[in-house]
Design a binder for this molecule. Structure first.
Ligand SMILES: [Zn+2]
Ligand SMILES: [Zn+2]
Length: 438
């Protein structure tokens, strides 16, 4: 800024020392002007701790507010979605879904016909409101509604394992397992011999018996990998054995076999099923067992030992199986799939006539169906994540293959059942009421 002319003249007329002092203030004064004292600067740059804390608090408070509102909007969105769903979903259907939830969990992710299939589990629920949750007394009129699945007469509350109970048990079981390296479910098929040559040479339409059983496992547990292991001898397992006092045949202690089989497993997603030529017994006071499985050890074993009818009739000679026929093939498939299901934690089914029913004799075991009821199917579907239609189609193909070479009435009935089931699932026009018309 230029001083006014009068002032300039006045300054110029001043002596040199004074002019200099006006233009250049002394060092102390300049320092003071340029640099405010340390205390003041500190005060300007850094507000006192209390003030800073206040600023920080405000920052966190802002975060809290943002998080709170985010949560609030998510919750609000959920409720809006829920109410919209309630408005557009049929009330009677909703009530029915909630009723069967105790048996098959949530089935909303499936298409209508699959949902209808699972809704058939409703047949074992008492429809009268005061006893809505009482599974002990299913009404016969309700049971007759589904021809695909036949409800059991007596359903004990203490023994029932619906889908939710099975799922919780599985999750609790794997709660502390920290092995995340692989989640591939593999079933190892382990022949425990030595098998006679006529068993090893037996073919189901060109497929060797062991290979066929493996294929059946792959089809039944659709989506799971199945690997056949090299045959091992029963002696190499070093298990407790005895000679049956009536048949005079060698038997091995089944619990020992399960423990030994478990040692072949390296991973918690691996399961093993042994097929033994030798007869099995569960304990000293019991005669025999067709097969047994352990959920904890993820292993199962079933045996050929009791498949020759002569083996369990006291007044006949006790010969080994000389040839495999359709009946024996059926028994093998039936016991094998039942035992493998146990290794996945499926308990005995008390709801329907089902492949997972408990049996106390060979005759009883063989009178039970080959396939699973909707409740047991829901568990297996959750585990294997298969497409239910594709699985039934594959099962139909393999059953037709068996029936072509070794026809039996049981296999024929299974084929008819599979066809009815597929027909029901492919009936696009049906709505939920179709359950009552099947
Ligand atoms: Zn069982
Ligand atoms: Zn069942």
């Amino acid at each position: 800024m230029t001083p006014p002319t009068g002032l300039r003249t006045l300054i110029r007329s001043l002596p040199t020392g004074l002019r200099t002092s006006i233009w250049s203030p002394p060092t102390g004064l300049r320092t003071l002007i340029r640099l405010p004292p340390t205390g003041l600067r500190t005060l300007i740059r850094l507000p006192p701790t209390g003030l800073r804390t206040l600023i920080l608090l405000e920052f966190w408070f802002d975060w809290f507010v943002v998080s709170f509102y985010t949560l609030y909007f998510i919750t609000l969105g959920f409720f809006i979605w829920y109410f919209v769903r309630l408005m557009f979903c049929r009330r009677d259907l909703r009530v029915r879904h909630n009723r069967v939830r105790v048996l098959v969990g949530s089935i909303d992710k499936f298409d209508t016909q699959i949902q209808n299939l699972f809704m058939m589990s409703e047949a074992c629920l008492d429809p009268s409101p005061p006893e809505r949750n009482n599974l002990a007394k299913p009404q016969s009129s309700q049971r007759d509604k589904s021809k695909l699945f036949i409800c059991k007469d007596k359903i004990a509350n203490s023994e029932r394992q619906g889908f939710p109970q099975w799922k919780v048990a599985r999750e609790m079981n794997s709660l502390f397992a920290l092995n995340f390296s692989s989640k591939r479910n593999i079933i190892f098929f382990q022949p425990i011999g030595e098998f006679p040559s006529h068993i090893l040479d037996f073919k189901v339409g060109g497929i060797p018996l062991l290979q066929f059983l493996c294929d059946f496992l792959k089809t039944f547990f659709h989506g799971m990998e199945v690997e056949t292991q090299e045959e091992i001898s029963v002696e190499s397992l070093e298990v407790t054995s005895r000679y049956h006092k009536v048949t005079g045949k060698k038997q091995v202690l089944v619990t020992d076999v399960l423990t030994k089989l478990k040692k072949f497993l390296k991973h918690r997603f691996h399961y093993i099923v042994g097929m033994s030529w030798t007869d099995l017994y569960p304990s000293d006071d019991l005669n025999f067992v067709l097969g047994e499985a352990s959920y904890k050890q993820r292993s199962a074993v079933f045996s050929f030992g009791r498949y020759e009818p002569q083996c369990y009739h006291d007044n006949k000679a006790y010969d080994d199986i000389v040839e495999v026929d359709g009946e024996i093939l059926w028994k093998l498939i039936k016991v094998m799939t039942h035992e493998v299901c146990h290794t996945f934690g499926l308990a005995h089914c008390v709801f329907f006539e089902c492949a997972m029913n408990e049996s106390s004799s060979v005759k009883e075991a063989m009178s039970q169906p080959l396939f699973l009821c909707p409740i047991c199917l829901r568990k297996l579907q959750h585990l294997c994540d298969f497409n239910i239609r594709t699985r039934y189609q594959s099962l139909l193909l393999i059953c037709h293959h068996v029936q072509k070479y070794f026809p039996t009435k049981k296999m024929e009935a299974s084929i008819v059942w599979l066809e009815s089931c597929l027909q029901f699932l492919n009936n696009e026009r049906s709505d939920t009421v179709a359950v009552d018309k099947v």
